[in-house]
Design a protein around this ligand. Structure first.
Ligand code: NAG
Ligand code: NAG
Ligand code: NAG
Ligand code: NAG
Ligand code: NAG
Ligand code: NAG
Ligand code: NAG
Length: 331
């Protein structure tokens, strides 16, 4: 019986980490790479496992992070490619910082991205051609950086693009012709050849063609990319599971002793901040003790969202700011 529970626990927690915790890890790596000071994004803290419950500057749909908005925060670091594992992301706004380095090619994996605003930073190197994979991208702003090289041809296959701002960089070469069909564009302030044949100009406000012509390129890409996205997702999941398994095998999970087994159901298992459980159990009040096993006491408690839980304190496994506690939903 106990063995069965242990298996169930391991499966449940594995599932939990695979679904939710990878977002916290990726965001934390992102914050580190941006060189945030200790006073910035203080609540992006790995003790609060789920970014959707308490992290600032983030929006979620359920437990999936959908937006990261960090404009004019004064960040001086670089863009971490790790953020690209958050496939649910639809908005990434880092406008008006001092971010250096290149745009990671991995950003091309963020296939749900609708808005990408990296304008007014200090980004260098070329625009990665992988951005051509962002089939849902509508607004792309890379203005006022130090980007070099030519505009990748792949951008002209973006089927949803309606705003394309690449002005004030160091781009050179030819502008792919289809890009003049985007509703609003600005290529000025570069070393680009906008064509002086009066048909097109470097920004859409001073040209007649293109202003009302919505992009029709890449219509065929839909069904094909659907298959590719599915394959990519499966691959991502496999990769993720492998990574998770490696990352967390160091943690010990134990089963709950038998004396309360009829009162509990194994629901979600996750790591909680010490404070959350302190509040839930009224500071581990003796009045809330509902059992005592070989490894420590079991408390009843109520989480902030009203869920009734049993919290098992494992006395032989302590860490700074975090103890290994088991928290199971009560029936
Ligand atoms: C969150 O993402 C997962 C996997 O991508 C998906 O199955 C689930 O439906 C999403 N949840 C919401 C509320 O969008
Ligand atoms: C990161 O921030 C520290 C302190 O603010 C600074 O000394 C360092 O140069 C920064 N590193 C980068 C890459 O911006
Ligand atoms: C660019 O960003 C800097 C720093 O946030 C800000 O001071 C400046 O006004 C911005 N420039 C433009 C044109 O938005
Ligand atoms: C993300 O993108 C990079 C470069 O575009 C690619 O090599 C990598 O396989 C992708 N990773 C995933 C998990 O899709
Ligand atoms: C543009 O690139 C040239 C070299 O190709 C470099 O000398 C110049 O400083 C760059 N300008 C900006 C604004 O980055
Ligand atoms: C475009 O203008 C440049 C000078 O700015 C000129 O040398 C070139 O011949 C012009 N090209 C065309 C096709 O008119
Ligand atoms: C295009 O970019 C240039 C340089 O950043 C700017 O001066 C101009 O106002 C922009 N045009 C439009 C229509 O946004």
């Amino acid at each position: 019986m106990a063995k069965l529970y242990l298996t169930a626990l391991v499966l449940v927690c594995f599932h939990y980490f695979a679904v939710s915790d990878f977002q916290g890890d990726a965001l934390y790596a992102f914050k580190k790479a941006l060189n945030a000071t200790s006073s910035q994004l203080g609540d992006w803290n790995l003790n609060h496992v789920n970014p959707c419950s308490s992290w600032s500057n983030i929006m979620c749909n359920g437990n999936n992070v959908t937006a990261i908005t960090l404009p004019t925060m004064g960040f001086t670091g670089t863009l971490s490619p790790e953020i690209a594992v958050i496939k649910s992301l639809s908005t990434l706004n880092l406008e008006g910082n001092y971010i250096t380095g290149g745009i990671p090619a991995e950003f091309g994996n963020l296939t749900n991205l609708v808005t990408l605003d990296l304008g007014n930073n200090s980004l260098i190197d070329q625009i990665p051609s992988s951005l051509g994979n962002l089939k849902n991208l509508r607004f792309l702003t890379l203005s006022q950086n130090h980007l070099t090289g030519s505009i990748p041809e792949t951008l002209s296959t973006l089927p949803s693009l309606i705003n394309l701002f690449l002005d004030s960089n160091n781009l050179s070469g030819q502008i792919p012709e289809q890009l003049f069909q985007v509703s609003k564009f600005n290529f000025s302030g570069n070393k680009l050849d906008c064509g002086n044949n009066s048909r097109w100009s470097c920004d859409s406000d001073s040209t007649n063609s293109g202003a009302s012509n919505k992009s029709k390129v890449g219509l065929l890409a839909g069904p094909i990319s659907g298959l590719m996205v599915t394959l990519l997702l499966v691959g991502l999941l496999l990769l993720l599971c492998k990574h998770r398994y490696k990352g967390y095998k160091g943690e010990v999970f134990e089963d709950v002793p038998g004396e309360i087994d009829r009162k509990i159901a194994f629901g979600q298992l996750k790591r909680f901040a010490w404070r959350e459980l302190q509040l839930a159990t009224e500071n581990f009040s003796e009045e809330n003790v509902i059992g005592q096993g070989g490894f420590g006491k079991v408390y009843k408690g109520v989480l902030a969202d009203g869920t009734k839980v049993a919290v098992k304190q494992s006395t032989n496994y302590e860490r700074l700011g975090e103890m290994l506690l088991f928290c199971v939903k009560l029936r």
